[in-house]
Design a protein around this ligand. Structure first.
Ligand code: PLP
Length: 437
């Protein structure tokens, strides 16, 4: 080639949740049946969408507009309805002009960082959700900047760490928060959200809030939408239907822009996001039309409560099964459908292993494990020994070794099998290290 075709940003693209699939496929070629617990897709794990939601989609398909393009920002009637939902809560008021549709939150993420000046940085949580951390990193071809989520404090943001980093680094223009959080499953209390808002106000920053799991908060857990506490701070809130209907294949999400008029520069930046979206014409039309019909249906609150209760029960079940194992720390999730397990300091010593019957597989794991972080090594052993595929925690931009698995398996017997085998494998892996040491 006459010129280098590879962008310097490409080195910053990684997505451990799907990167591990390549190895899973190799293990499968050795005859092992894989139990995928890495990807947050309820449909792939057997969840059936409620018949009344399906019926609404059938009605939408009968509308001609669902087959065509829509305005770049989205259908006006839909944006008005969503603005009405935001305004029904106390807090920041928005209009239809503040709601902009994307092809899923992931598309909004790509635009929000992709069209931000490379000199303006957004600091995000660690552990990080890779779509955000990779996109932020790629926008300036630099490593992502992070603040700590504290495993000793229920994975809540370490506000002291965040403040110190914001003070020290004048290129930080925004703070990302993911509430409820992926991968930790934590939900942020109002006081934590207020502290982050206050920090943004003090330093003239904008906020990015990923609230894709906000309708999946377990019974008894307390949090609010950012719009309820943002006051006068400019913010972009990301929402979607992939998880809560669930309909990840809809590729339908949107942003709520809060306090756009407060800052001209912020407003010009939001204009640039719409201009970028315009080059793509628009987002998916049909799913958009379904959103206000589903959100406005009298059955929707009950649908959300039932799902949150179901996942709360699965989180309790997983916590009961795994948390007593010596050498790990685990917090029960408070929302969504992920659980994160941390290996305690000193629990892994590089000699830990699991029994792998097949010689070819053993060799594959040995080759793959050379020079990798200790939790990747665990994940490779787990895959080859049990077929269970989880995501190494260090794949989420954190130095803490551990792993994330999902609570999505809809078949109770299979889920019980998975938890039993996962617990047995973690125990065996940690014990094996002690023997060699
Ligand atoms: C925190 C978070 N944001 C965004 C997404 C992607 O959302 P969407 O399907 O709307 O692109 C996910 C998917 O797992 C997620 O966990």
């Amino acid at each position: 080639m006459r010129a280098d075709l590879v962008s310097p940003s490409s080195a910053h693209l990684s997505y451990a949740i799907r990167d591990i699939v390549k190895f899973g496929d190799l293990v499968r070629q050795h005859g092992v049946e894989i139990t995928w617990e890495n990807i947050g897709d309820p449909i792939a794990k057997g969840e059936k969408v409620a018949p009344w939601i399906r019926a609404i989609l059938h009605e939408v398909v009968d509308r001609d507009e669902s087959w065509g393009y829509c305005p770049t920002e989205g259908f006006l009637e839909v944006r008005e309805a969503l603005a009405g939902h935001v305004n029904a809560r106390a807090g920041v008021r928005v209009s239809a002009a503040d709601i902009i549709f994307f092809n899923g939150v992931a598309d909004a993420v790509a635009k929000v960082y992709g069209f931000l000046s490379p000199h303006a940085r957004v600091i995000g949580p660690s552990p990080a959700y890779s779509t955000h951390s990779s996109a932020e990193s790629a926008h300036c071809a630099l490593p992502h900047l992070t603040y700590d989520l504290d495993p000793e404090n229920g994975w809540l943001p370490d506000i002291t760490d965040l403040r110190r980093k914001v003070e020290k680094n004048p290129s930080i223009a925004g703070i990302l928060l993911i509430n409820p959080n992926n991968p930790t499953g934590a939900v942020y209390p109002v006081r934590v959200l207020e502290q982050i808002v206050a920090l943004a106000r003090e330093f003239g920053l904008f906020l990015v809030a990923d609230e894709i799991y906000i309708h999946m908060v377990y019974p008894g857990e307390d949090t609010v939408h950012l719009s309820e506490v943002a006051g006068d701070v400019p913010a972009i809130v990301m929402r979607g239907i992939s998880k809560e209907l669930p309909w990840p294949g809809s590729r339908c999400g949107w942003i709520e822009v809060l306090n756009r008029s407060v800052d001209q520069n912020f407003s010009a930046y939001v204009d640039s996001l719409v201009a970028a979206k315009r080059l793509e014409v628009c987002s998916t039309s049909g799913p958009q039309l379904a959103v206000p019909r589903i959100f406005g249906d009298s059955r929707y609150p009950g649908h959300l409560t039932a799902r949150a209760g179901m996942y709360a029960e699965r989180a309790r079940e997983a916590h009961e099964r795994l948390s007593p194992i010596p050498g790990i720390t685990m917090h029960r999730a408070q929302s969504a459908f992920y659980m994160t397990v941390l290996f305690d300091h000193g629990a892994l010593n590089g000699t830990n292993s699991l029994h792998i019957e097949d010689r070819g597989l053993r060799e594959l794991v040995q080759r793959q494990s050379k020079g990798v972080a200790p939790d990747w090594r665990f994940v490779y052993h787990l895959l080859a020994s049990t077929g269970i595929c989880v995501v190494p925690l260090t794949g989420f931009y954190t130095p803490h070794p551990g792993f994330r698995f999902t609570l999505l398996e809809a078949d109770d017997t299979k889920r019980a099998w998975m938890l039993r085998n996962l617990a047995a494998a973690v125990t065996e892996y940690l014990e094996s290290g002690k023997k060699v040491a």
